[in-house]
Design a binder for this molecule. Structure first.
Ligand SMILES: *Cc1c(COP(=O)(O)O)cnc(C)c1O
Length: 496
C-alpha cells in the first residue's frame, strides 16, 4: 500500500503549500471601499507590475499559518533532548507575570520616573545574577549568549587597553561552542585552539604551552560541551591570572551548577548567562534570547551602557558614564525586558533551594539517561556527566547505521532528535540533555525508544533507518544544498 494519499495529506497532517501558491487571485483579507477624492501618493509615477503579494482571504491566511505552526515540534508537545540547548519547561507563572499591564504596556522611551518598577526589576534581577555567580557586576543588555560573549570580550579588551597591554590572542579549547571562536575572531583576536585530553577536559599541558604574555583570555565552557565539569578550572584561572590574562567562562550551561557553585569562587572574570536556558525563558522560535554577562571587579567599569543605579529611593538609568570607561552601547534600549521579567519570576518562584534542586535534578536526569543508554550506544568519555550526556555511534560502525540514521528514526518514533555531530571532537556525537523538567516515566519512554533503535541497528535493519523518517511530511532533505545554496525567495516559475 502506498503511504501517499491522493491529496498529499497524511491523517491530520496537511501538506501545506507556500502562501504564494495559495494565491487565489485578487482576494484580500480586508474589505474596504475604494477611497474617494484621494490623490495617489506616488505622484505621476506609474506602477509597472504588481508587487507580487499573494491574494488570500482572512480564513486562508489563518489556516495557512495555523497548519504551519502545527508542524512545529515544541517543548509543550514533548521531550526535547537537544543537548547544549536546555529545552526545559517554560513555567506559565512567568507568562502570567510578564503580561501584567505595568510590564507588558511599558515603552522603552517612557521617562524613567514613569517606569520605576521596571528599572527596579532589572536591578533586582542583576542583584540575583551577581549573587548566584559570586561576581561584582553585570551588563544586562546583551540579547543572546553570543552577544554576552561579545560584551565580555569587549570589556576584557578595554581593561587590557587601560593597562597599556594590547594582547592579541584568545585561547579556545577544542570542545568549545562555535560561538566562542567566532566571538574572539569578531573582536579581531587571533584564535588558538587548545586540545582536550582523553578525559574530555582541557589538556592542561597543552594549555600551559599555549599560554604566553600575548594571551588576553581563555574562553572556557564549564560544564563543557561534552557535559563534563572542567575539574582543573581553578588551576587554569591561576595560571591565566599570573600571566596577566583573564578567564572568560561560557556560562550557557549554568543550569548544571546554579545554586551549587559560584563561578566567581572558581576564578572566573567574565561569564555570560543564557536566561533562555538556565532561567527557562522561551527560546528556539518561541522567544528572544537574553545573555547578561557577569563581571569581576576589574572589568565592571568597562561594562556597556546603560546601567541602572539606585539614588536614594529613585532608580536612575545611566546612559552616559562620567569616567568614560564604558566601552559603549551594545544595542537599543536596556535589554530583553520580557525575558528579565520571566527570569526573575522563575528565580523567585523557585527560591534558593529550588534553584539548587534544578541543577541537581538536571544532573540526576542526565546521569540516568547515561546509565540507561550506556551499552546501547558508545560512551566516549566514561564517568558521570553533568546536565547532558554524550554518546557516539562508534559501536554501530559495522551496521551501516550512523548517528544521522538514528536521528531520522527518532522522528518516526515521535521524538525530536538529540544534538548530533556536536561537539566536533567526538565522531558521530549524540548529545542528550533531558533537563530537570522531565519525569522518570517520560525519560524511561525515551530511553526505551533509544535502546530499541540501537537493537534494530545491531540486527542490521537497514530499511527501518534508511527510509526514515517515514511519517514526517518530508523524508530526507538535501541539507548540504540547503545550507550552501539556500533559496530564500519564491519565484512563480521555479521548478519544484
Ligand atoms: C547556547 C550556547 C551558546 C550561545 O548562546 P546563544 O544564546 O544561542 O547565542 C554559547 N555557548 C554554549 C555552550 C551554548 O550552549
Amino acid at each position: 500500500m502506498s503511504d501517499v494519499t491522493s491529496g498529499g495529506h497524511r491523517g491530520l497532517v496537511m501538506d501545506e503549500p507556500l502562501l504564494f501558491e495559495l494565491d487565489s487571485g485578487g482576494h484580500c483579507g480586508v474589505d474596504l471601499p475604494e477611497p474617494e477624492g484621494k490623490a495617489r501618493r506616488l505622484g505621476g509615477v506609474k506602477e509597472r507590475q504588481s508587487i507580487g503579494l499573494p491574494g488570500v482571504s482572512e480564513p486562508e491566511v489563518i489556516r495557512h499559518f495555523t497548519r504551519l505552526s502545527q508542524k512545529n515540534y515544541a517543548i509543550d508537545s514533548g521531550l526535547y533532548p537537544l543537548g547544549s540547548c536546555t529545552m526545559k519547561h517554560n513555567p506559565r507563572i512567568n507568562e502570567k507575570v510578564v503580561r501584567l499591564p505595568g510590564f507588558a504596556m511599558a515603552h522603552p522611551l517612557q521617562p524613567p520616573a514613569t517606569v520605576q518598577g521596571c528599572l527596579e526589576l532589572i536591578a533586582t534581577l542583576a542583584h540575583w545574577l551577581t549573587t548566584l555567580t559570586g561576581m561584582q557586576g553585570v551588563a544586562m543588555s546583551p540579547a543572546a549568549g553570543a552577544h554576552g560573549e561579545f560584551a565580555g570580550l569587549m570589556c576584557i579588551r578595554a581593561a587590557l587597553t587601560a593597562r597599556g597591554d594590547a594582547r592579541r590572542r584568545i585561547l579556545v579549547p577544542e570542545s568549545a561552542h562555535g560561538t566562542n571562536p567566532a566571538t574572539a575572531a569578531l573582536c579581531d583576536y587571533r584564535v588558538d585552539t587548545v586540545p582536550c585530553d582523553a578525559r574530555g577536559r582541557v589538556d592542561l599541558a597543552a594549555f600551559e604551552r599555549a599560554l604566553d604574555d600575548d594571551v588576553a583570555a581563555l574562553m572556557l565552557t564549564n560544564p563543557n560541551t561534552c557535559g563534563l565539569f572542567e575539574t582543573d578550572i581553578m588551576t587554569i584561572a591561576d595560571m591565566l591570572h599570573s600571566s596577566g590574562a583573564f578567564l572568560y567562562a561560557d556560562g550557557a550551561n549554568f543550569n548544571a551548577i546554579v545554586g551549587r557553585v559560584r563561578p566567581g569562587d572558581l576564578g572566573v572574570d567574565a561569564m555570560h548567562i543564557n536566561l533562555h536556558k538556565t532561567f527557562s525563558t522561551p527560546h528556539g522560535g518561541g522567544g528572544p534570547g537574553s545573555g547578561p554577562v557577569v563581571l569581576c571587579e576589574e572589568l565592571v567599569p568597562f561594562a556597556p551602557l546603560p546601567r541602572i543605579e539606585a539614588d536614594g529611593d529613585v532608580w536612575r538609568l545611566i546612559e552616559h558614564d562620567s569616567d568614560g570607561l564604558a566601552f559603549g552601547r551594545l544595542r537599543s534600549f536596556h535589554g530583553q525586558m520580557g525575558m528579565f521579567v520571566r527570569a526573575l519570576a522563575y528565580m523567585m518562584s523557585h527560591g534558593a533551594d529550588g534553584l539548587r534542586q534544578v541543577a541537581e535534578d538536571a544532573v540526576l536526569n542526565a546521569n540516568y539517561v547515561l546509565a540507561r543508554l550506556s551499552g546501547a550506544y558508545n560512551v566516549p568519555f566514561p564517568g558521570p556527566c553533568m546536565h547532558e550526556c554524550l554518546f557516539d555511534d562508534g559501536n554501530l560502525k559495522d551496521t551501516g547505521i550512523s548517528t544521522l540514521d538514528i536521528a531520522k528514526a527518532m522522528i518516526d518514533e515521535g521524538y525530536h532528535p538529540m544534538t548530533m555531530y556536536f561537539p566536533l571532537i567526538v565522531h558521530g556525537a549524540m548529545l542528550i540533555e533531558p533537563t530537570e523538567t522531565e519525569s522518570r516515566q517520560s525519560i524511561d519512554r525515551f530511553c526505551d525508544v533509544m535502546v530499541h533503535l540501537a537493537e534494530e541497528a545491531r540486527k542490521g535493519n537497514q530499511d527501518l533507518f534508511h527510509g526514515a523518517p517515514r511519517f514526517a511530511p518530508w523524508r530526507r532533505l538535501d541539507e548540504t544544498a540547503a545550507a550552501r545554496r539556500p533559496v530564500l525567495t519564491w519565484a512563480p516559475d521555479r521548478p519544484a
